[in-house]
Design a protein around this ligand. Structure first.
Ligand code: AMP
Ligand code: MG
Length: 402
């Protein structure tokens, strides 16, 4: 058995270098740049007014003494003349500064009578002007590579005059559930049957990192049937294949045999983690294969801890583990064993409003309602002697993922 960190290392060495594709801005949300984005022009492209008011020459202003109103500069239609001595120009937010002006006085501090405008105060040179290039200059690195494009980053990319962005391609995934006892949600449940739930959590968990997820449905614990389904996924050319169930050592746990028969090179099949010990990872050509455990909590936690970081790297993210936070523990955790324990936890606010995490007592790997209640997984390290309330623990938030 290997540690979680060793398993992650081994998975990460198999991650192919992400390839670029061009997408329109409107489809680039949460996608990841592979190269820094450089601005194509200077912004603002001209000195512009930051206020609705009057463009003036600061040195000419004497409070109460009027200037002659020579014209107007609007956003999209500048004042074309040259502002002469003794003149001011009506100007609006975002409009180009007239030649000859060096300050803007906001309209609240001006009194206009016909063509005569007087001002309450002497402005400073440069007042209420946004200088050309104040936001960014042509060629400046605006956005780094390796981070997801947020709404504000997309706003910036648009203002830097990009209609399309080159982002990392996302992998094609296939997902399969296996077990003779499994029936689809909504079925009439016969004696001894269990509703197959795993794929319904895994698909939305991993969807932010996938171009497409093919759901291969439920396959019986039958070697031929499993081979047929998995081969179809390989032939289709999926980048990542994820199975749940049939991964342990029961008589009808065929996954390991089937994967080997199909030519998958298995790298490891057991990890020192709780929940989730039976976890297979291997490769077949370019396809990464994850054989997750069948127990719903084990499947979800292994996907969160191992598959999601792998998909983040495949999709160009530089930080595979984000978000990864430290918060105080609200109640003690008892001593742990040699396996790293991912303990379900609820995020609370303490009396002074700070975030803390309360461990959920239930640790069974088949107990779905406690996972649904959890907002985070608390990471209890290997051989932990127990953790006191108030100590900072690392958590993986569950519902800010993507
Ligand atoms: P296995 O890994 O096949 O031994 O399955 C372990 C446990 O998880 C068994 O109780 C299965 O019934 C259950 N299980 C397996 N696959 C699923 C699934 N897709 N959804 C819900 N439970 C499952
Ligand atoms: Mg089974």
């Amino acid at each position: 058995m290997i540690t979680v960190d060793e398993a992650l290392d081994r998975i990460f060495t198999r991650i192919p270098t992400p390839l670029p594709e061009s997408v329109p801005l409107s489809r680039a949300h949460k996608r990841v740049l592979l190269k820094p984005l450089l601005s194509k022009h200077t912004q603002p492209p001209f000195d512009a007014s930051a206020m609705d008011g009057y463009a003036v020459r600061a040195a000419e202003i004497v409070p109460g003494q009027p200037l002659f109103l020579a014209g107007t500069s609007q956003a999209g239609a500048r004042f074309t003349g040259m502002m002469q001595k003794g003149e001011c120009v009506r100007i609006f937010t975002g409009a180009p500064m007239p030649i000859g002006a060096d300050a803007v006085i906001m309209q609240e501090e001006a009194t206009a009578r016909g063509n005569q405008v007087s001002f309450a105060k002497v402005p400073r040179v440069g007042q209420s002007i946004r200088r050309r290039g104040f936001d960014f200059a042509e060629g400046k690195e605006l956005l780094p590579a390796g981070q997801p494009l947020t709404p504000a980053k997309l706003n910036l990319a648009a203002s830097a005059n990009y209609a399309e962005l080159s982002v990392a391609r996302r992998p094609k995934l296939a997902i399969l559930a296996t077990g003779d006892e499994l029936v689809a949600p909504g079925s009439e449940i016969g004696p001894d049957q269990i509703v197959a739930s795993n794929s319904y959590g895994l698909i939305p968990l991993l969807a932010p990192y996938a171009e497409k997820i093919i759901d291969l449905g439920i396959v019986k614990d039958d070697k031929a049937a499993l081979e047929k389904s998995l081969l179809a996924a390989f032939d289709y050319g999926v980048d990542v294949l994820i199975t749940s169930g049939g991964a342990s050592v029961g008589d009808r746990d065929y996954m390991q045999d089937v994967l080997r028969d199909l030519g998958v090179t298995l790298d490891f099949w057991k990890i020192l983690m709780r929940p989730g010990k039976p976890l297979m990872f291997g490769t077949r050509g370019k396809t990464l294969v994850f054989g997750l455990p069948g127990n719903p909590i084990s499947a979800f936690v292994t996907a969160t801890v191992l598959v999601r970081p792998a998909l983040r790297l495949m999709t160009g993210h530089t930080d595979p583990f984000w978000p990864f936070l430290g918060v105080p523990l609200a109640a003690p955790l008892a001593a742990g064993g040699e396996r790293r324990h991912f303990v379900r936890g609820k995020l609370n606010r303490n009396e002074i409003g700070f975030l803390e995490v309360l461990p959920i007592a239930e640790t069974d790997s088949n107990h779905s309602s406690s996972l649904a209640e959890a907002d985070a997984l608390i990471i209890q390290p290997e051989n932990s002697p127990g953790i006191e309330a108030g100590e900072i623990v690392e958590i993986i938030p569950l519902n800010m993922l993507g």
